[in-house]
Design a protein around this ligand. Structure first.
Ligand code: AMP
Length: 362
């Protein structure tokens, strides 16, 4: 099998690496010549909507996939090739209103929200949603960028300017207990497998640490999250891996956003699960049987942000596995991650603290 990947970031790199073991040949497309994926496999340099580069990318490929959600949907549809996950999933995930409408349609509750297109719809949105609220751009937001928390109606104009005066969504601020994500893989015949729910910790809008399975995970919570993932996957006719980010408030799960691709909160699966999310994505889009999604004990993933750590110090920690993406250091940039395995939750937390102590995040 040959797979064409639109995007050559770390997710593309880890897909290429998983493909190598399976005998699935992957080629990636990225505007950068030295992208993380280009360092580990064949790659084409070009823009994501450059017809010549795309034609070269898909030449000889059995299936086309993508590793980030802002891939131009029209360019994917124009390929005349099998694109998996289906472009409809991209379309839903690229627009926060479409995404929240999809969640609502399939029975996944979401924070109260209103569309905001100008200062007057922001004022009526504040009336409808209440305060505090979060104003987010409808499109192209990531890692907390393009967001402003709104605590008083007088500051509405400031929030509108802060998000760049572009079409946005106003959401009720949810006083959640914790943030979780469900990473699922769906096959073309509708079979769905979900990894255990993961607990995610963010700082400055960027994922820092994930715990898998989420501490104190109950069967009820896992079953509820799986039912939501199934409903979303079925509605989209989804094939491949996707993640849904959730807020847990008491026994309730609220949908925040979905990623129609492998996800940062699933990186722990490389060493921490029977089958990694990257391998399962390739299995699904290549029509191969899905792999087991069980976890190997207690696992955590710590992101390396901004600066490369002292590899020797990290690797001296028992149960630690270091992944470096081959990227130039830059403040706020994801450069790698560390997977940690432990026999019990206390040992795991201790190891997370040890790793965090060696990270100088810029
Ligand atoms: P997002 O880009 O939508 O994933 O938002 C980034 C982070 O902002 C989330 O991981 C939450 O920590 C926080 N956040 C987003 N939306 C809300 C909300 N409606 N209520 C409270 N916190 C939120």
């Amino acid at each position: 099998m040959r797979v064409a990947i639109v995007g050559g970031g770390q997710l593309g790199r880890m897909l290429v690496q998983a493909g190598e073991r399976l005998g699935v040949a992957c080629v990636s497309l990225d505007p950068a010549t030295d992208s993380p994926a280009a360092q580990v496999g064949p790659a084409i340099t070009g823009a994501y909507d450059d017809p010549t580069a795309l034609a070269e990318l898909v030449d000889g490929a059995d299936v086309v996939t993508y590793e980030f959600e802002n891939v131009p949907v029209d360019a994917m549809r124009a390929l005349g090739r099998t694109v998996l996950p289906p472009p409809a999933a991209l379309e839903a995930a690229q627009d926060r209103i479409a995404e929240k409408t999809l969640f609502t349609d399939v029975g996944l509750p979401v924070p109260t929200f209103a569309a905001v297109d100008d200062p007057s719809s922001l004022a009526s949105g504040v009336e409808a949603v209440g305060l505090p609220a979060v104003l987010k751009t409808r499109r192209f937001g990531y890692d907390g960028k393009g967001q402003a928390v709104l605590r008083s109606a007088e500051l509405a104009e400031d929030a509108w300017r802060a998000v760049g005066e572009v079409p946005s969504i106003l959401e009720a601020f949810v006083p959640f207990d914790r943030e979780l994500s469900i990473v699922a893989v769906r096959a073309a015949d509708g079979e769905l497998r979900c990894y255990p729910l993961v607990e995610n910790h963010h700082r400055e809008g960027i994922l820092r640490v994930s715990y898998a399975p989420a501490p104190a995970l109950t069967d009820e919570l896992q079953t509820a999250a799986e039912a939501h993932a199934r409903a979303v996957g079925d509605r989209l006719g989804y094939v491949g891996v996707f993640a849904i980010e959730l807020f847990q408030a008491g026994g309730t799960l609220l949908g925040n956003e979905m990623a129609p691709r492998v996800h940062n909160s699933g990186h722990w699966t490389i060493e921490g699960a029977e089958t990694s999310q990257f391998e399962n994505h390739l299995r699904a889009i290549c029509g191969l049987p899905l792999g087991d999604v069980g976890a190997h004990g207690h696992v955590a993933m710590v992101n390396v942000i901004g600066q490369e750590p002292d590899a020797a110090a990290i690797l001296a920690i028992p149960g630690a596995h270091l992944h470096s993406y081959g990227k130039q250091p830059r403040p706020g940039r994801k450069l790698g991650h560390v997977t940690l395995l432990a026999d019990d939750p206390d040992a795991l937390r201790e190891r997370v603290l040890q790793v965090s102590g060696h990270l100088t995040d810029a």
